[in-house]
Design a protein around this ligand. Sequence first.
Ligand SMILES: *[C@@H]1O[C@H](CO)[C@@H](O)[C@H](O)[C@H]1NC(C)=O
Ligand SMILES: *[C@@H]1O[C@H](CO)[C@@H](O)[C@H](O)[C@H]1NC(C)=O
Ligand SMILES: *[C@@H]1O[C@H](CO)[C@@H](O)[C@H](O)[C@H]1NC(C)=O
Ligand SMILES: *[C@@H]1O[C@H](CO)[C@@H](O)[C@H](O)[C@H]1NC(C)=O
Ligand SMILES: *[C@@H]1O[C@H](CO)[C@@H](O)[C@H](O)[C@H]1NC(C)=O
Ligand SMILES: *[C@@H]1O[C@H](CO)[C@@H](O)[C@H](O)[C@H]1NC(C)=O
Ligand SMILES: *[C@@H]1O[C@H](CO)[C@@H](O)[C@H](O)[C@H]1NC(C)=O
Ligand SMILES: *[C@@H]1O[C@H](CO)[C@@H](O)[C@H](O)[C@H]1NC(C)=O
Length: 278
Amino acid sequence: MKIRTKFVDNSIVWLMNLLLIKLSFGQSINQPKLCASATWDPNGLTFANISAIGSFPSTVFVTVNNSVYIAASNLNEIQMWSESSAQPMKVISNGLNSPTGLFVSDDGDIYVNNGLINGRIDKWTSNTWSLVSTIKISYACCSLFVDKNKSLYCSMCNHHQVIKMLLTNGSNLTVVAAGNTTAGSASNTLSSPQGIFVDSSFELYVADCGNDRIQVFKPGQLSGTTIVSNKTLGTIDLNCPQMVIIDANGYLFIADGNNNLENKEYNTATKNISTKFY
Ligand SMILES: *[C@@H]1O[C@H](CO)[C@@H](O)[C@H](O)[C@H]1NC(C)=O
Ligand SMILES: *[C@@H]1O[C@H](CO)[C@@H](O)[C@H](O)[C@H]1NC(C)=O
Ligand SMILES: *[C@@H]1O[C@H](CO)[C@@H](O)[C@H](O)[C@H]1NC(C)=O
Ligand SMILES: *[C@@H]1O[C@H](CO)[C@@H](O)[C@H](O)[C@H]1NC(C)=O
Ligand SMILES: *[C@@H]1O[C@H](CO)[C@@H](O)[C@H](O)[C@H]1NC(C)=O
Ligand SMILES: *[C@@H]1O[C@H](CO)[C@@H](O)[C@H](O)[C@H]1NC(C)=O
Ligand SMILES: *[C@@H]1O[C@H](CO)[C@@H](O)[C@H](O)[C@H]1NC(C)=O
Ligand SMILES: *[C@@H]1O[C@H](CO)[C@@H](O)[C@H](O)[C@H]1NC(C)=O
């Protein structure tokens, strides 16, 4: 499970019960089974505050083991917390510059976009927390995802494209997964794509922030389908969605960036959408 969002009060606050339910029923890191009846608890717990994680925790990533990884961008750190710790268990600070787009693969390797301006994806090992490799790309990744085939996806929000590369074939060749670099709202274009999620069928979900919509791309297809937007559902107004995850029950969770953390849940079967937590 991955949550990526920006927090207005510089703290990480969530409903700890909900988090535990999600994780204990989770099937895999790529496609957890979230609790469909979970409701918002206004009395959230502060997990870590500004004193520990700085003023711009750009990405939060929770592993199947309930380890919480935080890209503390303005501290130039990646921190790893256990669910009960009062301070980070481990910190990477060497050589990091405004880390964003953190993704932890199921073997514990950490992928991070190192630098908001430069396109540079660094891989760190879980064992020694040392840098293993660097992939240079032309633009920065706002979000990263590693699918079950070990393909790494990068959403280049300033380049209106999502690219992917296979991590297992010894090549750093990238292929286009979505978007043609022109910002636009056509089926083959994206506008500032942010959060990405790849399900077990290799369908790519893109939080298409600039178009206020969620696009889905079948593997190998550059023409996407809009599954959630202001128009399709009528009852909701997306405003720069920043993250999507889809769980094993077919629920899509959207962090709706500019609606002040109002998260949406969309049931792909009933096409019902509801405001879930904010
Ligand atoms: C953050 O939390 C620590 C310990 O829980 C506390 O001592 C500190 O005052 C808090 N800082 C802020 C800015 O709330
Ligand atoms: C989770 O724990 C298992 C068993 O200890 C370990 O093999 C795996 O690497 C861990 N995964 C992560 C992402 O930490
Ligand atoms: C790919 O790797 C080769 C050799 O390892 C290197 O010369 C090249 O610059 C890399 N390309 C990118 C885009 O990182
Ligand atoms: C995933 O890997 C399997 C086995 O190597 C391959 O047959 C399949 O085409 C791959 N699919 C994608 C979308 O990468
Ligand atoms: C490695 O994967 C890329 C796609 O990600 C592909 O373009 C390239 O041909 C592959 N290289 C080898 C040696 O299989
Ligand atoms: C991308 O597609 C759009 C619309 O389909 C088109 O207007 C635009 O010229 C294309 N951009 C590039 C770089 O091909
Ligand atoms: C969708 O609704 C939001 C909130 O009302 C609005 O700000 C945005 O402009 C709308 N987007 C589109 C593409 O109509
Ligand atoms: C949601 O779906 C149920 C049926 O599954 C239906 O009874 C209900 O009216 C729907 N709610 C909305 C807001 O569309």
